[in-house]
Design a protein around this ligand. Structure first.
Ligand code: MLT
Length: 284
């Protein structure tokens, strides 16, 4: 299993041209699109349709009047001045997507980076929307799936790298790289292999865990994300609070609590997958 990472939104165009037929793409937009999508699904939303443009969202609402419109531009809810008529029903704060608002609902969402990153993966065999909120569930699913290649896709902020996405990618990689799955174990939660004491084991043996199970091959960008995670994991909120989008959200009183909300680990035991029909639903 090979693991690669797209750290910058500038690489999305090239990703869309790559042969991803045997790949699982894992998309991270920690602040806030993918965090919002898994929260909405956890609170009972039927599905989410990520679209790139406001016009696409309005056209879908035209066809299906009962869908909810959600998303942001410059971090805040999309208003009538931007749509030429109606305010969107929701912004992109995960705290707005309560069970009362979203249960049983289809949501059409357009955001600046997250929905664009998801759409860039449409050629892949499997596309997952991930966040810190459902990280371990995502790792467990991938270990069972054992795809030939994994591409960790960081959505970024505007055209820039987003620290929080790189850290989430690094955290997932740490989970996948440290715990190769013993292939023949098919019961319940996979039993992790204890990591070998890397200093003492010659390199070629390092590619196999204690059970002789192959360890994933990591690209340089994945190693970068993993090292960044190792450095930041003990003071995650402090580190992320310095990022471009975190600073923007922290400066908006009604949105500042979104930063800490999106950094909580493993509060949802769900897998969110983008289907071939372009719709995100709970997979497990
Ligand atoms: C994005 O997609 O660019 C982000 O989710 C924006 C945000 O929610 O602030």
């Amino acid at each position: 299993m090979k693991i690669d990472a797209i750290l910058s939104p500038a690489e999305l165009a090239a990703l869309a041209k790559r042969d991803l037929r045997d790949a699982t793409c894992v998309v991270f937009d920690v602040l806030r699109a993918t965090s919002t999508f898994v929260t909405a699904l956890h609170h009972g939303a039927k599905a989410i349709v990520p679209v790139s443009e406001i016009a696409e969202a309005l056209a879908l609402r035209q066809k299906q009047p009962d869908v909810l419109l959600g998303g942001e531009r410059d971090g805040v809810r999309i208003r009538a001045t931007q749509t030429g008529g109606i305010d969107f029903d929701l912004g992109n704060s995960p705290r707005e997507y309560t069970p009362e608002k979203v249960r049983g609902k289809m949501i059409v969402s357009t955001t600046t980076n997250g929905t664009r990153a998801l759409r860039a993966c449409t050629g892949a065999q499997t596309v997952l929307a991930a966040s810190f909120l459902n990280l371990t569930a995502t790792a467990q699913f991938i270990r069972q799936l054992q795809p030939a290649q994994i591409v960790l896709v960081c959505a970024g902020t505007r055209e820039n790298i987003a620290t929080e996405d790189v850290l989430a990618a690094g955290a997932l990689c740490e989970l996948l790289a440290n715990e190769p799955v013993a292939q023949n174990l098919k019961v319940g939660r996979a039993v992790p292999c204890p990591p070998p004491d890397e200093a003492s084991v010659p390199v070629q043996q390092q590619s196999h865990g204690a059970h002789g199970v192959a360890r994933p091959t990591l690209s340089a960008s994945v190693e970068t994300a993993r090292n960044a995670w190792r450095k930041a994991k003990s003071n995650l909120l402090e580190v992320v609070s310095e990022s471009e989008n975190a600073r923007r959200l922290l400066a908006i009183p009604e949105l500042r609590d979104d930063v800490a909300f999106c950094l909580r680990p493993d509060v949802y035991n769900l897998i969110a997958a983008l289907g071939r029909d372009g719709v995100i639903r709970i997979l497990i």
